[in-house]
Design a protein around this ligand. Structure first.
Ligand code: FES
Length: 112
């Protein structure tokens, strides 16, 4: 498997060439760290299953806004690619979910 692309570190000519050859390189997911949709998809293909997994592999979420802009985008891509509900996407695994399912929460409250 070839090394992952770090789009933000490439010269502008190479960035343009990549974006022309694959539109996913033309869509920024993380503006602060200049991480493209193609890099996020590649990280998921390489095994990222959580937000921290994406952050470790791509730096998405480590920028100036600390994920204020890109967290929801990363979560949506994880959910879409893994074909899982958004409520199952977590920061670093079980117990660190970011979105609660109201019905599940209500059922838990009724049991306790
Ligand atoms: S947009 Fe990703 S850290 Fe700011």
């Amino acid at each position: 498997m070839p090394r992952p692309v770090h789009f933000g570190a490439l010269p502008i000519d190479e960035q343009r060439r990549l974006a022309a050859s694959d539109p996913a390189y033309g869509r920024l997911v993380c503006r602060c760290e200049i991480v493209t949709e193609a890099e996020i998809l590649d990280a998921i293909e390489r095994g990222a299953r959580t937000l921290d997994g994406l952050k470790f592999r791509t730096r998405a979420g480590m920028g100036r806004c600390q994920g204020g802009f890109c967290t929801s985008r990363c979560m949506e891509q994880l959910a879409r690619e893994l074909r899982r509900p958004l409520t199952s996407i977590s920061k670093r695994g079980s117990g660190s979910w970011l979105v609660l399912d109201r019905d599940v929460l209500q059922a838990q409250e009724e049991r306790s």
